[in-house]
Design a protein around this ligand. Sequence first.
Ligand SMILES: *Cc1c(COP(=O)(O)O)cnc(C)c1O
Length: 268
Amino acid sequence: NDYLGLAGDPRVVAAAVRATEVYGAGAQASALVSGRTPIHAELEAKLAQFEGTEAALLFPSGFAANVGVIGSLVGDGDVVLCDRLNHASLIDGCRLSGARFRVYGHCDFDQLAGELDKAREARRRLIVTDSLFSMDGDIAPLRELAELADRTQSMLLVDEAHATGVYGEHGTGLCDEISQLSGLVRIGTLSKAIGSQGGFLAGSQDLVEWVRNTARTQMFSTALTPAACGAALESLRIIGADTTRRDHVRGLARFLRSQLHDLNWNTL
Ligand SMILES: *Cc1c(COP(=O)(O)O)cnc(C)c1O
């Protein structure tokens, strides 16, 4: 999943080494205890700036971010609605949350609207979706989802694992077009195009502080290694300064699709 070829980039590797020399090989504790070193804080600030949100929060992995954030937002008395083709970590997050769990057909928004309506007595409703689906490689119509979330006063969680660094004018993913939605919860990973390791949440200050103090995968798991933070900071700098890598990978994808079309394959 190293879409931009950054995992082995000498500048990224050197940044990981520098961070290890300054902060040590391990973070030594969960972020909430003492594992959040200055380089963790710097990366959270950088991610918030990158995503255009008030704040961001690191997790040990993208999987941990999804399980932790969903469990922090909904529980008993709530309803969570999940696309059938969502990533396993989203599905497990929904299951573990204790909320009533409803699966809708892939991007079937009529069915989703029906489920939202049936759940109107619920305390809270949360819609959960990948932005770029990992299995079929198609893209969720985020504007329609945002409208539905807004109209029904539901929260919308979007997992950008495959889109971060690859899509968007500034490489921030596909959520730019719906960034004005107040109930938007953005999740990303540092382990794909960013070429490092770790997951993150981006959103309002209130959302981030709530999740920081309630997500079990945040509180009961050791913070990211300093090396992962150093590498991610350098990758984000490169992604911000250089559009050629994301243009190249999307060009390769277009080429593959066009060749498959010529062989009469359906590429959605
Ligand atoms: C890979 C992936 C994750 C998990 O991210 P990790 O950082 O590898 O744990 C979560 N969601 C989606 C959609 C993914 O593709």
